[in-house]
Design a protein around this ligand. Structure first.
Ligand code: GMT
Length: 382
C-alpha cells in the first residue's frame, strides 16, 4: 500500500462541528504527507490556508426549470465520480450521513462500472442520526448509506448506542472521538481584548453555536439572567442562526442587554475562549460537543446539559457541571457556585485543560489512519 494516500473529504462548509473536524482532519493528514481533496458546495469555513497538498473542489448546483427542488445530491455524486477518476483518489471520507454518505455510495457504484473500487469511510456526527435518522422520510436512505459504507465511525460512545438503537445497522461502528489541536488553544489571555469586552472585576461567560433550536440559546439567556442577579458578569454570544433574534429579544425583556454582547460568526474563537471563565452549552442534544472541548482546551470550565455525548467531554464536578435539559435553576446555581469560589474555578479550569489533552490530535489521528490503511489493504488484496 502507498504511504501517501489521495484522500477525498466531503463535509458541510458551514459553521458547525462536523465541518471543523473534517477540515482539521484534512489539514493534519496533509501535514503527514497525504494529498487531500475537499469536496463541498463552498469553501469549508476553517479552510483558509494554502498548501500544495490541499485541493478544494466546489460542487456547483444545476438550475433547471423543471426542478422545483434542486437535486444537490446528484451534482455531488457526479463531482465525486469526477474527482475520484481524475485525481485518482485512494479513499473517500464523508462526514455526515446525508446526502454525503448516500452520494458517496452512489458514486462508488458508478466507479465500479469503470472498474475502480473506491473505499468509503462514513463519519456520523450526531444530528444526522438523532434528528434525521429518526425521520421516516430519510431513515431507509441513511440505513442503506451506512450499511454500504466500507467503514463507519461515530464521534462518541453515546452516538454509537443511539445509532444502533434507532437504525438497523449491520456494519461495525467504530468510535473515534472528536479531537483538538491543542497548540491552537493555549493562547495567553489578551488583556486589551478583555478590557474591551468586560470590566476588570467582571467574569466572562461565553456561548458559541449555530443558534439552531437544538442549542437552546434562550436557555443561555435565562441562565445568564439568574447569574447576573448575583454576580458581576458579561455574556459573549458567538455565532448566528435562526434562534439569535429570540435570544436578543429575551435579553431585552430581562433588561440585561448591556450585559450581553452578540459578536456574530467569528472565524477565530481562540482569543475569545482564552479570556472566558465559563462556557455555556445547554443543548437539547449533542453527540459530542466539540465546542465544549475547544473551550476546555482554552482552560474554560463548562456548564452544560447531560444529553448525548456531553458527559464524555464535560466531566461532572471536575471540568464543569452537568444538568438535565432545561434545568435553568441548576445551571445558574452551579455557575454562581463556581464564580463564588475562585479556588474551585481555578481547579476546574486546570482539570478542563487536562481532560482536553486526552483528545489531542496526535492521539486521535492514528485511529483514522489505521482505518484508511486497513481498507486500502483490502482493495489491494481483491
Ligand atoms: O451541532 C451542530 O448543529 C453542528 C453539528 C455538525 O454536524 O456540524 O455538530 C455535530 O457534530 C459535531 C462534530 O462531531 C459534534 O461535536 C456536535 O455535538 C454535533 N451536534 C449535535 O449532535 C447537535
Amino acid at each position: 500500500m502507498k504511504d501517501r494516500l489521495k484522500i477525498g473529504i466531503v463535509c458541510y462548509p458551514t459553521y458547525g462541528g462536523s465541518g471543523v473536524i473534517a477540515t482539521e482532519l484534512g489539514i493534519a493528514l496533509s501535514e503527514k504527507g497525504h494529498e487531500i481533496h475537499f469536496i463541498s458546495y463552498d469553501q469549508p469555513f476553517r479552510l483558509d490556508l494554502f498548501s500544495e497538498k490541499i485541493y478544494y473542489h466546489e460542487v456547483s448546483v444545476s438550475e433547471y426549470p423543471l426542478f422545483e427542488y434542486t437535486p444537490y445530491e446528484l451534482n455531488l455524486t457526479s463531482k465525486l465520480v469526477d474527482v475520484a477518476l481524475y485525481e485518482g483518489l485512494d479513499i473517500l471520507h464523508v462526514h455526515y450521513a446525508i446526502p454525503h454518505a448516500s452520494s458517496a455510495v452512489n458514486a462508488k457504484q458508478i466507479l465500479a462500472t469503470h472498474n475502480i473500487h473506491l473505499p468509503i469511510v462514513t463519519t456520523l456526527h450526531g444530528t444526522d442520526i438523532t434528528l434525521l435518522g429518526k425521520d421516516k422520510s430519510f431513515k431507509p436512505v441513511i440505513e442503506y448509506a451506512i450499511n454500504m459504507s466500507d467503514a463507519v465511525t461515530v464521534v462518541s460512545e453515546n452516538l454509537k448506542q443511539v445509532t444502533l438503537e434507532y437504525l438497523r445497522i449491520k456494519k461495525e461502528i467504530v468510535t473515534i472521538p472528536n479531537f483538538i489541536d491543542m497548540s491552537l488553544y493555549q493562547k495567553k489571555s489578551d488583556k486589551n481584548l478583555r478590557k474591551n469586552l468586560a470590566g476588570e472585576k467582571e467574569f466572562i461567560i461565553t456561548h458559541i453555536s449555530n443558534f439552531r433550536k437544538v442549542k437552546r440559546v434562550k436557555d443561555v439567556i435565562k441562565i445568564f439572567n439568574k447569574v447576573c442577579q448575583n454576580k458581576s458578569v458579561k455574556l459573549l454570544m458567538i455565532g448566528d442562526g435562526p434562534e439569535r433574534i429570540k435570544a436578543e429579544q429575551l435579553s431585552r425583556v430581562y433588561g440585561i442587554e448591556e450585559q450581553v454582547r452578540f459578536l456574530g460568526k467569528l472565524r477565530v474563537i481562540e482569543n475569545i475562549l482564552a479570556i472566558s471563565d465559563i462556557f455555556f452549552l445547554p443543548s437539547e442534544t449533542e453527540s459530542f460537543g466539540l465546542v465544549a472541548l475547544e473551550a476546555m482546551a482554552s482552560s474554560t470550565a463548562v456548564i452544560s446539559t447531560n444529553s448525548g455525548g456531553l458527559p464524555e467531554v464535560n466531566i461532572n464536578g471536575k471540568t464543569g457541571f452537568l444538568s438535565d435539559v432545561g434545568n435553568i435553576d441548576k445551571m445558574a446555581n452551579d455557575t454562581i457556585r463556581l464564580l463564588s469560589d475562585i479556588n474551585m474555578l481555578k481547579k476546574f479550569k486546570l482539570n478542563a485543560l487536562e481532560h482536553a489533552n486526552s483528545f489531542a490530535l496526535d492521539n486521535i489521528l492514528p485511529k483514522y489512519q489505521e482505518i484508511y490503511k486497513g481498507l486500502c489493504h483490502k482493495i489491494k488484496e481483491k
